[in-house]
Design a protein around this ligand. Structure first.
Ligand SMILES: [Zn+2]
Length: 697
């Protein structure tokens, strides 16, 4: 039992997935059809096909490239770039590297990149300090998001301090160097996604916060959602980031080129200072350091807790992440609940009528500002209509029988919006978003009993392979389809082969070739990355690559006890506790919380505020001590034996739990026949590195 009690090295060590790019041998494969001289990063990789190139040329002639306003806006107000391209993490690795994307600035057209995406990828190459208007500044290109500085009477009010302390600190140093040193007097978190708060410790000193010198302002619901969105499905979401964000794809014209709302996520030190000012009203005014601000809560839009801000004295509107240089994710491929496109549209409409009619500039946590009231209104109305049309349009079609398997081929963005860059689908691919909207209302079933409880792919595929005449017939037909540029049909049959014969590498390589040509054609980096990372995994297996862990005491502290107990329930292997039952009182005296935890029917439940007088086991541990256990500073056994944690009753309850805990491995198989060669690491039974996807969106 002793060993099972050694919860010591972190029950939940929360980890931000930041992955140092995998080193894949860099075969300088020549592309006969592409003018570039940068080689493919994968020896199995291919140049774009003639079909991809002709589609590229068609799009290049069709899209509204003559509208160059984004480029003027992106450049406007430039003050200075730093004299470095890399920002180092405190522990010595590279936290941020803008230099690896410089191939985009060489004036070349890459046929491996959708021309519209290449344009967006270049726009996201902003790097340095910019003036929005006198008194409002942004540092762009230091992380996935922008960090914004508003000049108060005595210091800086910072909006959204990035993902990592190192990048936010570098941004603060840059602005202080060029505009004069000022203290940070307030921080505003626009919403609950980690790229907008996890770098706060780079700009706020703990003592200043404790002494009340710094206000930290956040929308209602911020703390509930900052952590929770990434816990329950956290491991799967992190794994899916390999695909959506291509975190293991090298930056290269054949690989990673952009993330739609920025270049990527910084890999540095994460932290969280809980807000001491919560904006609870729908619209709430506050003056901070002489700056009048009107906050506008927009829950249920891009994030569950989010708010815009209007600066009436400057006629400046901060759109948080509600309006950026792209249509956003309604369904994000990494996971999270499907967002509400109609609610999003309505909140943009509110902002338009509250502030947009007079705003002279609109700026946001990603992309670049829009100047002039006409332009502000144009973009606000355009995005309002794009989200509303998506929701209405999908509902319009589903009410006439269009299913989740068809909607992406039926729904189209209105032509007038297709010609507006701000309404294009970089982050949230429109096909994918339309399926998301349908799923929000009708779920995954298309209404056909054939798809109601289908066989799993590994079960159904062998019969398909057999009926199609075996692997050589499938590969022959697959090659024919590939050579005709009919990639989606080729994928249909080759995917069946991959499941039917997971060790058939020739088949998987051909499937990967199809994915790659599909990837080159995608406007949305989410889809591009998914296809290209899929090709990488099929060709080489699940990529190795460092996934350093970044324990963050702040984030563990911020995790509510019920979330922690819920997650134990998720990690519990039901089969191992069959026939077992117990009740446990779980008390954390310092914060006054009491939980009743019950194991019955192979299921762990918990309820706050209740206790069982006849509980099998009770444990009293201050939440601050539990935090030490979660952080791996102390073991639970140590705290029990020194009397810091007090127990009563049958201690085998804890060993029962420990024995049933499953450690979720990050590198589980997603594509057929790519599973890792079974290297099960033995772990402390309570340990679960939970790679919180806090850096995303
Ligand atoms: Zn963001």
């Amino acid at each position: 039992m002793q060993s099972n009690l050694s919860m010591g090295n972190s029950i939940l060590s929360i980890v931000v997935v930041f992955i140092i790019a995998i080193t894949i041998s860099c075969d300088q494969k020549e592309s006969s059809t592409n003018s570039q001289d940068i080689g493919h990063f994968d020896p199995k990789g291919n140049a774009p096909s003639e079909f991809v190139i002709s589609k590229w040329e068609e799009l290049n002639n069709k899209l509204p490239f003559e509208d160059e306003r984004d480029f003027e806006e992106q450049k406007k107000g430039f003050i200075a770039s730093p004299d470095y391209k890399e920002i180092m993490a405190d522990d010595g690795h590279v936290a941020w590297n803008m230099g690896k994307y410089e191939f985009l600035l060489e004036g070349k057209d890459f046929h491996t990149i959708h021309p519209s995406l290449q344009r967006q990828a270049i726009l996201n190459m902003n790097f340095g300090l910019y003036e929005v208007i006198p008194g409002i500044y942004q540092v762009r290109g230091f992380d996935l998001a922008n960090i914004t500085f508003v000049k108060g009477e005595t210091g800086w009010i910072i909006f959204d301090p990035l993902t990592a302390s190192e990048t936010s600190r570098a941004a603060l140093e840059l602005i202080n160097k060029h505009l004069g040193e000022r203290p940070v007097v307030a921080v505003v978190y626009s919403h609950s996604h980690g790229d907008h708060w996890a770098g706060v410790r780079g700009v706020v000193d703990e003592e200043d916060f404790k002494n009340g010198k710094v206000k930290v302002i956040a929308p209602v619901g911020f703390m509930d959602h900052a952590i929770s969105e990434n816990v329950y499905a956290g491991n799967a979401m992190s794994r899916r980031m390999f695909l959506q964000y291509g975190v293991l794809l090298p930056a290269n014209p054949y690989g990673m080129v952009d993330m739609a709302i920025g270049k990527g996520t910084a890999a540095g030190t994460v932290g969280l200072i809980p807000p001491n000012v919560i904006i609870t009203e729908d619209v709430q005014e506050l003056t901070v350091d002489g700056v009048k601000m009107v906050f506008h809560n927009t829950p249920g839009t891009e994030a569950p807790a989010e708010m815009n801000t209007y600066f009436p004295e400057m006629k400046a509107f901060w759109a948080a992440e509600n309006i950026t240089g792209t249509i956003h994710n309604i369904y994000t491929l990494r996971g999270t609940l499907i967002r509400d496109a109609l609610q999003w549209s309505k909140k943009i409409n509110e902002a338009l009528h509250l502030f947009g009619k007079e705003a002279e500039v609109m700026f946001a946590s990603h992309s670049w500002p829009r100047w002039g009231n006409d332009r502000v209104q144009e973009v606000m109305k355009g995005q309002r209509d794009t989200y509303a049309n998506l929701s209405n349009g999908v509902l319009h079609l589903l009410n006439q029988g269009v299913t989740i398997n068809e909607i992406h081929n039926e729904y189209n963005v209105p032509k007038s919006l297709q010609n507006q860059w701000y309404a294009r689908s970089y982050h949230g691919d429109v096909k994918n978003n339309s399926r998301g909207v349908l799923n929000r209302y009708l779920g995954h079933w298309d209404g056909n009993p054939a798809t109601l409880i289908p066989l799993s792919p590994y079960e159904s595929a062998p019969l398909y392979v057999d009926m199609m005449g075996g692997s050589s017939a499938i590969i022959k037909k697959g090659k024919e389809l590939f050579n005709k540029g009919d990639y989606l049909n080729a994928i249909e049959i080759l995917n069946k082969l991959a499941y039917g014969e997971p060790d058939n590498q020739e088949g998987k390589d051909l499937l990967a070739d199809c994915y790659e040509q599909m990837g080159y054609q995608q406007e949305s980096p989410s889809l591009r990355n998914a296809f290209l990372a899929g090709a990488l995994e099929l060709r080489n297996g699940i990529p190795e690559g460092e996934t350093p862990t970044a324990d963050s005491p702040d984030i563990l502290r911020a995790m509510s006890t019920d979330l922690f107990l819920d997650f134990l329930g998720i990690r519990l292997d039901s089969r191992k506790v069959e026939g077992k039952a117990f009740t446990m009182n779980f008390i954390t005296p310092d914060n006054g919380e009491k939980y009743l935890v019950e194991l019955s029917n192979g299921t762990l439940s918990n309820i706050e505020g209740f206790q069982d007088e006849n509980a099998d086991f009770s444990i009293k541990i201050n939440r601050s001590d539990l935090d030490l256990v979660l952080m791996g500073v102390k073991s639970l056994q140590e705290l029990i034996s020194t009397g810091v944690a007090k127990i009563e009753g049958d201690p085998s309850v804890l060993s029962t739990l420990a024995e049933a805990m499953v450690h979720f491995e990050l590198r589980f198989e997603m594509l057929p026949g790519t599973g890792s060669k079974d290297e099960k690491v033995s772990k402390n039974p309570y340990q679960q590195d939970m790679p919180a996807v806090i850096g995303a969106e």
